[in-house]
Design a protein around this ligand. Structure first.
Ligand SMILES: *[C@@H]1O[C@H](CO)[C@@H](O)[C@H](O)[C@H]1NC(C)=O
Ligand SMILES: *[C@@H]1O[C@H](CO)[C@@H](O)[C@H](O)[C@H]1NC(C)=O
Ligand SMILES: *[C@@H]1O[C@H](CO)[C@@H](O)[C@H](O)[C@H]1NC(C)=O
Length: 446
């Protein structure tokens, strides 16, 4: 037995350990964040872009007016404290807001100009309430002690007739779109990013949905370094110093038991030398609906518990959607579900139990050695048996920020729990940080 363990150790010790940066570690430790979808899509339909020929210059039956009109964006009861309430209820530590989505509508009053000197008018300053939603969000999040950041997608801008980062031809151009050249689009996009990244505080996370093209890369990289050097960048691998990578699915259920901080694709790859923690983005509404839809149901609590275990409990970050409704608040049924989830997390995991343990939480301190544990066993002593008994054996599943192990059989009257590390990713066998282990279960986890 010992021989096998040593051989395995020798075989994997050649891999380098990957050290996450401080912002990457902080991101992982936040565990849950809100990916807030609130923009013109809220007032049209769920999509990217949510603007199209059927709603741009005509009032679609699902909308109160044409989507080209900034006045369609009309959150009469806009209340960011109400969003923050749900964040605290679910236990989210930071949030990212869609400052610009596929339509090209901006949640802040931009000062950017077209080449002819006229204003870019498609923004909240020209909406019914005229409020600077991005500004209010940044200010109130900071005041609440929560991290914040913004989503600004480069690939699409319906208002500018842009798709896949390129200005399209006259065949897709519609009345009330701007007519820009490729250079003009790229200049405007960079100036808008500059405004957003300069005037709304220090960000925890930035979303690049769909990434960036070669012609944007250097400019975006320099701007990021200058304005938001400490933000993690989702979808920004290759552009920032603190990238976060997509876990490869929007279900919240990654298809492997372990998520690695190393590697850039799907759940990652522990042999990779690239540090990229995984963001697991998923919706509360059914069917992958990100923008609020009155007719959509929401996911059951049991489904969300499973999502929590497969993301946060597998070393990922749960990026859960907050689909703000047309009034500008969290739909009451959604708010109730976030609270149920948060209440369950707290009642199951805040306190250790010993009488009936049906799950074990493990944490690896990655501040000095990164993620280094590859395989391990959980051992327990009980009042009935004082010798250490293996209660769970995990091969190549890792621990990382947090690993929640659901046991096949509950353990009664536990007197001790420990982890025996059987395989490391790199190093000489002792260089992993502190490990913490705690037992949970019983009524609080029901
Ligand atoms: C957009 O501008 C270009 C250059 O001025 C012009 O050739 C083209 O016809 C315009 N397109 C539309 C749809 O107005
Ligand atoms: C306690 O556990 C050890 C290890 O599995 C086993 O050998 C022993 O028989 C157990 N003792 C009792 C009293 O169950
Ligand atoms: C655990 O302890 C309780 C109370 O002493 C006892 O009734 C129960 O049988 C014990 N469980 C096991 C599996 O021995």
């Amino acid at each position: 037995m010992l021989k096998i363990v040593l051989l395995t150790l020798a075989a994997v010790a050649t891999s380098a350990q990957v050290q996450p940066t401080h912002p990457q570690l902080h991101y992982l430790q936040n565990e849950i964040m809100f990916l807030i979808h609130f923009n013109m899509g809220t007032y049209t339909y769920n999509g990217d872009p949510s603007c199209n020929p059927d709603n741009w210059n005509v009032k679609a039956d699902y909308a109160d007016g044409p989507s080209s009109d900034p006045q369609l964006f009309d959150p009469e009861k806009l209340d960011i404290q109400n969003w923050i309430q749900s964040m605290n209820d679910v236990g989210a530590k930071h949030a990212v807001l869609t400052a610009k989505h596929g339509c090209g509508f901006l949640l802040w009053p931009t000062k950017t100009l077209f080449d002819d000197g006229t204003n870019y008018p498609y923004h909240v300053g020209n909406s019914k309430g005229g409020r600077d939603v991005a500004g209010e969000f940044a200010e109130q999040m900071q005041a609440a002690g929560l991290g914040h950041g913004f989503y600004y997608s480069l690939p699409r801008n319906y208002y500018l007739n842009v798709d896949a980062m390129a200005v399209q031809g006259e065949d897709t151009w519609l009345e009330n779109m701007a007519n820009v050249t490729q250079d003009e689009f790229e200049r405007i996009a960079m100036e808008q990013l500059d405004e957003l990244w300069s005037n709304y505080g220090s960000f925890t996370e930035i979303w690049f949905d769909g990434g960036y093209s070669d012609s944007f890369k250097t400019k975006v990289q320099e701007l990021l370094e200058e304005k938001q050097p400490n933000a993690v960048t989702f979808g920004g691998f290759g552009i920032g110093k603190h990238p976060v990578c997509w876990v490869g699915t929007e279900t919240g259920l990654p298809d492997s038991e372990g998520i690695w901080i190393a590697g850039t694709e799907n759940v990652g790859d522990y042999t990779s030398s690239n540090a990229c923690p995984k963001g697991c983005d998923t919706t509360l509404q059914d069917d992958d609906f990100w923008f609020f839809e009155t007719t959509k149901g929401i996911r059951e609590l049991d489904d969300l518990k499973n999502v929590y275990h497969k993301t946060v409990g597998s070393n990922g970050v749960l990026e859960i959607d907050l689909a703000v409704n047309r009034d500008g608040v969290v739909e009451p049924s959604h708010a109730a579900r976030y609270k149920e989830l948060g209440d369950w997390i707290r009642s199951c995991y805040a306190e250790e139990v010993k009488d009936v343990v049906d799950r074990v939480v493990l944490r690896e301190d990655m501040s000095e050695h990164g993620q280094n544990i590859l395989s391990f066993k959980i051992q327990a002593t009980t009042e009935e048996n004082e010798s250490w008994v293996d209660v769970w054996v995990g091969e190549t599943v890792g621990i990382g920020n947090k690993k929640i192990v659901l046991l096949d059989e509950p353990l009664e009257n536990v007197t001790g729990l420990k982890v025996a590390v059987t395989e490391l990713i790199g190093g000489d066998g002792s260089d992993y940080g502190d490990l913490t282990v705690s037992g949970h279960g019983g009524e609080g986890c029901k």
